[in-house]
Design a binder for this molecule. Sequence first.
Ligand SMILES: C[S@@+](CC[C@H](N)C(=O)[O-])C[C@H]1O[C@@H](n2cnc3c(N)ncnc32)[C@H](O)[C@@H]1O
Length: 211
Amino acid sequence: MSSRILWDYWAKFYNRLWVQKWSLGPTREMIINYIQTMPKTKAELNILDMGCGTGQLLQELGVIFHNQSMHLTGVDYSRGMLKIARQENPDINFIHSDVLDFSVTERYDLIIASHTLPYYEDQATALRRMVDQLKPGGTLLVANASANNLYDQLCLLMIKITTGSAHYPSIQEMRAMVDQFMPDVSISTVKTAWFVPTIFFLIATVPGSDQ
Ligand SMILES: C[S@@+](CC[C@H](N)C(=O)[O-])C[C@H]1O[C@@H](n2cnc3c(N)ncnc32)[C@H](O)[C@@H]1O
């Protein structure tokens, strides 16, 4: 079964999955905390959420930064996920696209890829694609589970049963992929529960002074 069909299947259960509590929810919280530290006025931020799923992160951003009218866009290749995202967030712009085909004239201050990179067919090309869509001085934030040791790999075996084909890059692999074209990269890790694999947060900023 193709991964896209699996995501279509999971869409209707997605907001209630157990990983929401232990992995996806805490990740969203950390991303929102990061956005709160961004220097640019929140109203001016143009944010894209790649592999946005049911649009939970964008929804939470809309609520938290109420009245500040950020420009929010979600992209996903699963029509099932986007159907729910659109139903629940009629004011947010959602685009149906594979990350590898995504190309628009718009440029973004922040592109987020949260728990989605492991499912991309060509991760290095996808990262480049996203960076190409950033404004000068724009930021790429990638967060996902990561296989850094045997314990992570065991935890990920369980997750892989539900997601189909996936590759969870180690922090070393991530660095190698991004270092080639992003000069300013920071990676931090977090463990949200003992049975959850390490989650990394990669934050990379492209040169420029638009921020
Ligand atoms: C685990 S969900 C993550 C959803 C959301 N970002 C979150 O943090 O809860 C992975 C999402 O990535 C999407 N996805 C996977 N491969 C993709 C691709 N090549 N292009 C666009 N979206 C993709 C799936 O459809 C799914 O909605």
